[in-house]
Design a protein around this ligand. Structure first.
Ligand SMILES: *Cc1c(COP(=O)(O)O)cnc(C)c1O
Length: 347
């Protein structure tokens, strides 16, 4: 399984390269060349979340890791969860709630980031290199990234947090870690200011040592999506007597929704996916009236959903609406956000 950019620039990339690169050179997002298909009968019979993950993760990693290597990583990655199944499921009549908050930072991001960090470390060990993780956060991502990377001595994490809309719990989660390789940097500005600094650093790069990677932990990293695909198949494992699953998912950068869509493309019998937004309604405007245009961010009580654009949405546009046309995708997203996106009636 190789990967390519939604905008056509990068092609034939193996798993380790897209893991370490994050965003494609042409500004696009990496996608698998095909959707691997999953044997649902097999998934039904499995005993645990980790067993489900051992079926899913190797489908994407085979270009860089042997089956044995991947399975070993999967068996050792998700740590400090307080629920024996990692994911809890509560069912009331025909509605079930997937509890994704049992990880060490109580965000579902522990699933994607712990998997990504374990693979980061594996590549660094193999190549005998080190890495700097650089990220901006409004809360959940930063805490989960710091926790996921702190035990790997080859990785130093620098996470920038804004001086403002963030819960006190998360501020403390990030600023009270006693690890020598973790640095939480409070920026006098907003989340967008933090993100601008991160973007600048990724262009500048002159602070890196030779043999040092600069790694992004934002939700466009494909490995985070892979970690999240696993819990949709786990839901099926536990609820397989339900013929058709409908998922309702709160969204910010569209990573969690896209993981659900990916599971659907891999064979999971999903009837509907509902996308929930807060006041920051770019996705609602798109699905209701074909208007994907950037507006100002509104601060709300759910800062993880406070976004002006949903980065992973490009993957859905490319795969679902544009039938995987890299040229059309490049045309739309190279002009975005200066020009809003409105799809042709035909699509
Ligand atoms: C990250 C996060 C979101 C947004 O998820 P995306 O994958 O970026 O759409 C929503 N709610 C919570 C609690 C989060 O941590």
């Amino acid at each position: 399984m190789l990967f390519h950019s939604t905008r056509g620039g990068d092609k034939d990339k193996d798993f380790a390269s897209i893991l370490m690169q994050g965003l494609a050179d042409d500004g696009g997002l990496f996608m698998p060349d095909q959707w691997p298909q999953v044997d649902l009968k097999k998934i039904k019979g499995l005993q645990s979340f980790v067993e489900v993950a051992k079926e899913i993760v190797p489908l994407f990693t085979a270009s860089s890791f042997t089956q044995e290597e991947t399975i070993k990583i999967v068996e050792n990655t998700w740590h400090d969860f307080e629920h024996q199944d990692l994911v809890g499921i509560q069912t009331i009549e025909n509605i079930s709630v997937l509890e994704l908050f049992h990880g060490p930072t109580a965000a579902f991001k522990d699933f994607g980031l712990q998997l990504a960090a374990a693979f980061f470390n594996e590549v660094l060990e193999k190549e005998d290199k080190t890495a700097i993780v650089l990220g901006a956060t409004s809360g959940d991502t930063g805490s989960a990234a710091i926790d996921a990377c702190r035990s790997y001595a080859r990785i130093k994490s620098f996470i920038m947090l804004p001086n403002g809309n963030m819960s006190e719990v998360q501020r403390r989660q990030m600023s009270t870690i006693e690890a020598e390789n973790v640095f939480a940097l409070r920026i006098n500005g907003t989340f967008d200011d933090c993100q601008d600094l991160v973007k600048q650093a990724f262009i500048q790069r002159d602070f890196l040592k030779p043999d040092q990677y600069l790694l992004a932990v934002n939700s466009i990293n494909w490995t985070r999506i892979v970690g999240q695909i696993c819990y949709y198949f786990f839901a099926y494992n536990r609820l397989a007597n339900h013929q058709n699953l409908n998922f309702s998912i709160p969204t910010g950068n569209f990573g969690n929704v896209f993981a659900c869509y990916s599971a659907f493309k891999m064979g999971l019998p999903i009837k509907t996916i509902s996308v929930a937004v807060n006041n920051n309604d770019i996705l609602h405007r798109f699905f209701a009236s074909n208007d994907y245009s950037k507006k100002q961010v509104h601060e709300t009580i759910s800062p993880s959903m406070d976004i002006s654009v949903a980065s992973n949405f490009e993957r859905l546009v490319y795969d679902f609406f544009l039938d995987r046309s890299t040229s059309k995708c490049a045309e739309l997203f190279n002009n975005f956000p200066n020009q809003g996106i409105e799809l042709d009636e035909a699509t």
